[in-house]
Design a protein around this ligand. Structure first.
Ligand code: PGA
Length: 257
């Protein structure tokens, strides 16, 4: 069954103590008001920097529906890749998820769809659930190429998966022009693209899997706009950057279904 999810992408923010404090604050709120008692019963995932994974995993232990994930992993299983972190290392921290293909990885670190497919592949082999990000730039949208771009990102980066692996994957649509800009996609723009993505999943994996696939919206999602976005039929939650760094704001978004 399709799950609603609210995920926080901390990016390169928070030292260890700050991150632990943030995770403890949000967890405390969830202990008082369990996710099952919240409209839409969303799952919550913290995408933290690598160094927080072990501690945040411990902080959320025993909390139903709450998970931890990394923001990236390397495309090879192990070896002489100084400075990189493997999917199996991530898994060994207690984390269950990994973001693949965030637009900042694509644009600042030159990650292409082929490399992202390799990353998603080692992630799956090591039992991590992939949250695969896609989305167009402003220029691509202005040139009416947004559907083509997203289709291509998904076909090359994600749709190599077999049905079984794909059923554990989540898609996050994040228009690049909305990330960190304060400009949010309108609910209609989000719905239009999410419905398009669900159609693509249907073509590739069939209707049942398409209906069960969680598709998140990301890009300047905040406590004010989350409700309208989450009300859209094909928007199953959010991947939240800036607003996930304040416990109160993040918890408001969690309650926005
Ligand atoms: P933002 O980031 O909410 O700060 O726009 C979203 C993301 O990049 O995942």
């Amino acid at each position: 069954m399709k799950k609603n999810i609210v995920a926080g992408n901390w990016k390169m923010n928070m030292n260890l103590d700050e991150g632990k404090k943030l995770a403890e604050e949000v967890s405390g709120m969830i202990r008082k008001k369990p996710l099952k008692a919240i409209n839409g019963s969303p799952d919550v995932i913290f995408f933290t920097p690598f160094i927080h994974l072990v501690d945040v995993s411990k902080i959320i232990e025993g909390l139903d529906g709450v998970g931890v994930g990394a923001q990236n992993c390397y495309s090879k299983p192990s070896g002489a890749f100084t400075g990189e972190v493997s999917a199996s290392m991530i898994k060994s921290t207690g984390a269950g998820h990994v973001l693949v293909g965030h637009s900042e990885r694509r644009s600042l670190f030159n990650e292409n769809n082929k490399m992202l497919a390799a990353k998603a592949s080692v992630a799956v082999e090591n039992g991590l659930n992939v949250v695969f990000c896609c989305g167009e730039t402003l220029e691509e949208r202005e040139n009416s190429r947004h559907f083509d771009v997203v289709r291509n990102q998904l076909r090359e980066g994600l749709f190599w998966m077999d049905n079984k692996s794909f059923s554990n994957a989540v898609i996050a649509y994040e228009p690049v022009w909305a990330i960190g800009t304060g400009v949010t996609a309108s609910p209609e723009q989000a719905q239009e693209m999410h419905a398009f993505i669900r159609d693509l999943v249907n073509e590739k994996y069939g209707n049942q899997i398409a209906q069960d696939t969680t598709i998140l919206y990301g890009g300047s999602c905040n406590p004010k706009n989350a409700n309208q976005l989450f009300q859209q039929e094909d928007v199953d939650g959010g991947l939240v950057g800036g607003a996930s760094l304040k416990a109160g704001d993040f918890f408001k978004i969690i309650q926005s279904f």
